[in-house]
Design a protein around this ligand. Structure first.
Ligand code: F6P
Length: 443
C-alpha cells in the first residue's frame, strides 16, 4: 500500500543535504543507533476507537484512555475507599492524598475514606497501625507539607494478610501510591482479591523521584526533585568558579536510573561531566575521568561533575551485597570515592585544587511539590478515583504521550525504566557537557 500523509504536514526544505554532519566524527550518534532517518514520523493523533463492529487490528498496541465514565460500578454512599503510600518519600504525596479525598468526596459522594498508616505495614495486623478517617477538612491544607501525612514504609507484606485486613476494614477501593516495588505489591493484592473472588478495586498511582517506572512519560515528584537538584548544581557551579582550579562535585539520588542527574545537568547547562548508572566510565587512561578533568582545568580553570548515586559501582570495593527492605541493592558511596580519587590524583601531580563535594541527599524528596507536579498529582488522583469507581482494578493511572491512560499493573511491575545510552536524552547530555561518549572504557 502506498504511504501518504497530509500535504499540510510537509516541512519545506531549502534543498538536498550533501554534507556529512560533524556529529558523525564526534560520536553524537553514540554508536550510530540514534540517528534519525527522514522517513521516521510520529502519529499525530494517537487516539483510536474500537467497537464490536470495528475492533482494532491486533497489531495496534493501545492502552485505555483514563477519564470519567457515564456508568460506575460502586454505589458511592456505600463505598469505603482507602489510600496507602509506600516506599521512599517523594514530593507530591500529600497532594495525591488530598486530591483523592476531595474527588471521591465531592465528585462522587464517597464519605468513608481511610488513610492507611506506614505503607503496607498498615495491612499487617502484626504492626497494629489503626487507619485514620480522611475528610476534606482533615486534608484541606496537607499539600503545604512535604513527605506523607500517612507515613510510609518499604517492603511488601503477605498479600493474603493484606486482603484480609482490607476486608476487615470494609474497603472496596484501594489506592496504592508508590514506585515499582509498591506496584508489585499492588499486583499481588489484586491477584489475591481475584483469587478470592472479592470485589475490591486496586488502583496504583505512580510515585518516584527517580522517574524509573515503565510505560509512562513520568512519575510524580520527578520534576520537583530535578528542579531541587538543579538548584544544588547551580550552587556547586558558583563554588567551582569561585576558586582557582575549583571542582564542584554533586551527588544526586538515582539508584539505578540517571534521569534526575541528566535533567538537572541539562537545565543548568553548567555540568562538564554527568555520570549515571546506565553508562560505564573509568577513571584512568587518556580518556578516563581524571585526564579529562585535568584538561578541563587547564583550559577553563574550573569543572563541575554531576554523579547519580548508582553510577560507577564497578569501581567501588565490592562488599557483601546489602539490600533495603524493598529488595533494592544498597549502593556504595560513589561521591566519596570520586572525591578521594580526584584529590589523590591532583595531590600526586602537585596541582593545587579546591574540591567542594555537595550531596543534597534527601533534600530532593522531602520538599513540597512544584506547581507543575501539583497539577500532575491532582490529575493522577482524579483519574484514579474515576477508574476505581467504575470497578476497574489491577491497573495504574499514568501519563503516556501526554494523555492520561490506564495501564495493567503487571506491565508497570515488570521492571524499571533506565536512561537509554543510545537515546536522545543521553545524546543531549553528551552534547551539552562535551564529555567523551566513552570515558575511560574501550567498549
Ligand atoms: O527510589 C527513590 C529513592 O529516592 C532513590 O533515589 C534512593 O536511592 C532511595 O529512594 C533511597 O531511599 P531510602 O533511603 O529511603 O531507602
Amino acid at each position: 500500500m502506498a504511504f501518504s500523509f497530509h500535504r499540510s504536514l510537509f516541512i519545506p526544505r531549502l534543498g538536498p543535504c550533501p554534507l556529512p554532519s560533524p556529529g558523525l566524527d564526534r560520536e553524537w550518534g553514540c554508536g550510530g543507533a540514534s540517528w534519525i532517518s527522514d522517513g521516521e514520523r510520529i502519529l499525530l493523533d494517537d487516539t483510536v476507537r474500537a467497537s464490536s463492529d470495528t475492533p482494532l487490528p491486533e497489531e495496534w498496541v493501545s492502552v485505555e484512555k483514563a477519564g470519567p465514565r457515564r456508568r460506575i460500578f460502586f454505589d458511592p454512599a456505600a463505598t469505603t475507599c482507602a489510600v496507602v503510600t509506600c516506599g521512599g518519600l517523594c514530593p507530591g504525596i500529600n497532594d495525591v492524598i488530598r486530591s483523592i479525598v476531595m474527588h471521591a468526596h465531592y465528585g462522587y459522594g464517597v464519605h468513608r475514606i481511610l488513610g492507611l498508616r506506614y505503607g503496607y505495614e498498615a495491612l499487617n495486623s502484626r504492626f497494629g497501625h489503626a487507619p485514620v478517617e480522611l475528610t476534606p477538612e482533615r486534608v484541606a491544607k496537607i499539600q503545604h507539607l512535604g513527605g506523607s501525612v500517612l507515613g510510609t514504609s518499604r517492603g511488601p507484606q503477605p498479600a493474603s494478610e493484606m486482603v484480609s485486613q482490607l476486608e476487615a476494614h470494609g474497603v472496596q477501593a484501594l489506592f496504592v501510591v508508590g514506585g515499582d516495588g509498591s506496584q508489585r505489591g499492588a499486583r499481588d493484592l489484586y491477584e489475591e482479591v481475584a483469587r478470592r473472588g472479592g470485589r475490591i478495586s486496586v488502583v496504583g498511582i505512580p510515585k518516584t523521584i527517580d522517574n524509573d517506572l515503565l510505560y509512562m512519560d513520568r512519575s510524580f515528584g520527578y520534576l520537583t526533585a530535578s528542579s531541587e537538584a538543579f538548584r544544588t548544581i547551580e550552587v556547586a557551579h558558583a563554588e567551582a568558579r569561585g576558586a582557582r582550579n575549583g571542582i564542584g562535585l554533586v551527588k544526586l539520588m538515582g539508584r539505578d536510573s540517571g534521569f534526575i542527574a541528566c535533567a538537572a545537568a541539562l537545565a543548568s547547562a553548567e555540568a562538564n561531566f554527568v555520570l549515571i548508572p546506565e553508562v560505564r566510565f573509568g577513571m584512568d587512561g587518556e580518556s578516563g575521568l581524571l585526564r579529562c578533568l585535568e584538561r578541563r582545568l587547564r583550559e577553563r580553570g574550573h569543572a563541575l561533575i554531576v554523579v547519580a548515586e548508582g553510577a560507577g559501582q564497578h569501581l567501588l570495593p565490592q562488599e557483601a551485597t546489602r539490600s533495603d527492605r524493598s529488595g533494592n541493592k544498597k549502593h556504595g558511596d560513589i561521591g566519596a570515592y570520586l572525591k578521594a580519587q580526584i584529590e589523590a590524583h591532583f595531590h600526586t601531580s602537585k596541582t593545587d585544587i579546591t574540591l567542594k563535594y555537595i550531596d543534597p541527599g534527601y533534600q530532593l524528596r522531602g520538599v513540597v511539590a512544584t506547581p507543575e507536579d501539583r497539577t500532575f498529582c491532582l490529575q493522577l488522583a482524579r483519574h484514579a478515583v474515576h477508574a476505581a469507581m467504575t470497578g476497574r482494578t489491577g491497573m495504574v493511572v499514568a501519563l503516556w504521550h501526554q494523555r492520561y491512560v490506564h495501564l495493567p499493573v503487571h506491565l508497570v511491575a515488570e521492571g524499571i525504566r533506565r536512561v537509554n545510552p543510545e537515546g536522545d536524552l543521553w545524546r543531549c547530555v553528551l552534547e551539552s557537557t562535551g564529555q567523551p561518549a566513552r570515558m575511560g572504557v574501550s567498549i
